[in-house]
Write a protein that binds this ligand. Structure first.
Ligand SMILES: NC(=O)c1ccc[n+]([C@@H]2O[C@H](COP(=O)([O-])OP(=O)(O)OC[C@H]3O[C@@H](n4cnc5c(N)ncnc54)[C@H](OP(=O)(O)O)[C@@H]3O)[C@@H](O)[C@H]2O)c1
Length: 254
């Protein structure tokens, strides 16, 4: 049994990682801004972080603040982990953080670098978008009467439960450095993902592909966020939709 700290252990991924590690018999602590008794804002660090890390051997860093600060959070976590004598830091990152010039991706890449140069034993796994995130994006796009999609952009969504399996496996093993990327089973155009989503949720929307300008769009169009050579995920987008919204028009759960 190992004492493991999961940062962001209440989030989409972190919750599943926590469940798996506990089921495997590890003592697992969870940090997030709101999870007692280790409610810590990683961007601020502080004594709460040292308390949470006392006696911890492995850290799985899943916390993320979309609005910014992930680099600062990683720096605070690493400094505290070194003080606490942590042996292994596992970090989840995103395929293409070095190719797609989004601000969020830049901060993930900077955090990766901090992890790699921390002097701690480390493992970094990059994954493609979770099905949940793709649905969240499509829900937002489908609010308009016409769903405007980024033209000629594909995605390769992966089942978050499978990413959690892999992270839990990596956390239970020795530091492995940068491990092979984890992509979903299919590279799909946004249009085909949108049509599957609309069908599964019974929404009728016209779908229009809109060509966009700029470096980020070009990187996405060129597939900088995809890992077709690592299409190791098993669960398809349709399977996810069926589990979440029901199997057919009459069995829809909303
Ligand atoms: N979603 C994807 O498609 C995807 C794909 C590949 C990789 N990833 C990576 O996987 C990781 C987890 O993503 P997710 O989608 O599971 O995230 P999520 O659902 O948004 O969960 C974020 C977690 O971090 C905690 N948190 C946020 N800000 C914090 C702060 N300042 N200090 C401490 N805890 C904080 C949140 O809890 P509180 O609100 O209570 O603080 C929550 O537990 C991220 O690193 C993300 O980049 C995600």
């Amino acid at each position: 049994m190992t004492t493991i700290l999961v940062t962001g252990g209440t989030g989409t991924l972190g919750r599943l990682v926590t469940e798996r590690l506990r089921a495997a018999g590890h003592e697992v602590r969870v940090i997030s801004r709101h999870s007692e008794p280790y409610a810590v804002d990683l961007r601020e660090g502080g004594s709460g972080l040292d308390t949470a890390l006392a006696g911890v051997e492995t850290v799985v860093h899943c916390a993320t603040t979309q609005r910014g600060g992930d680099e600062r959070s990683a720096a605070n976590l690493i400094a505290a982990a070194k003080r606490a004598g942590v042996a292994h830091l596992v970090y989840i990152s995103i395929v293409g953080v070095d190719r797609v010039p989004l601000g969020y991706y830049r901060s993930k890449l900077a955090a990766e670098k901090l992890v790699e140069e921390s002097g701690l034993g480390w493992t970094v796994l990059r994954a493609t978008q979770f099905h949940d995130l793709v649905v969240q994006m499509l829900q937002a796009l489908a609010k308009l009467p016409v769903a405007l999609l980024p033209g000629h952009v594909s995605d390769q969504p992966v089942e978050v439960a499978e990413v959690a399996d892999r992270l839990a496996e990596l956390a239970a093993g020795p530091p492995a450095g940068r491990v092979p990327d984890m992509g979903g089973p299919q590279v799909r155009t946004f249009e085909s993902l949108a049509r599957a989503y609309l069908d599964a949720t019974g929404r009728r929307r016209a779908v229009v592909n809109v060509p966009l300008a700029g470096k980020t769009y070009r990187a996405l169009r060129e597939g900088g966020h995809l890992a077709p050579e690592h299409a190791v995920g098993k669960g398809t987008f349709e399977e996810y939709l069926a589990a979440r919204f029901g199997g057919g028009r009459d069995g829809r759960r909303g």
